[in-house]
Ligand binder design. Sequence first.
Ligand SMILES: [Zn+2]
Length: 239
Amino acid sequence: MTRYPVYVRGIATEPKVALTFDDGPNPPRTEQLLEILAKTGSRATFFTMGKWAERFPRTVDRVLAGGHLVGNHGYEGQGWIGDYDQAEAVIGHLTGAPSRYLRPHTFNYASYFQSRIAQLPESHTIGRDIDSDDWQTTDPDTIVRAVLDHPKLGSGSIIVFHDGAENEEAAIRLRRPLPMLEAMPRIIAGLKERGLRCVRVDEMALAEPLYWESGSSTPELESHDHLAARANALARSPD
Ligand SMILES: [Zn+2]
């Protein structure tokens, strides 16, 4: 059976962390985040969705102009075969180079590895070791604590946030990243206090990967599909 490598952290001997932002580009929230990153001298990785990159190409340009890394996060995130290849046609065109860093939407590795680009030896599949769970809360303090008080936080941590959402409803996409934006300056300050520098995943030496294979269950490679379905149901219910 084929096994695929998934990188979930950097090496522990370099004082670096990777802030990663999924499900954008999402103007103007992505731009607001870019301002915070620029003010604090932080670099980050944006795992962008093909459908949003197609609709908001100028926001992708701004992410690139800020010195950040743009990665492939699928086209629509619906678990279709070839979704990441479809996304690559858009994202690779905008960045001017093939994506070498990818992340499965909702960490659904089973459908992700059914795209050709996911199987290429030069592709790095990036998981995470810290979930901020930013999309599950409206409270910025909860997000700050989820990161800064996380028992695994340290050199090499790869931390997941969301500057967008897969939802077609613009109101949801505009609302969901607000608590994260409020939390981010405090998170970056807290990381700096701990001596940790925010870098792109390609500026970090990655630790030995975990290996995903179909049918196996590794807690660190667990899919979030059930959580995502719940969040979307909540988002659609009237307030
Ligand atoms: Zn996602």
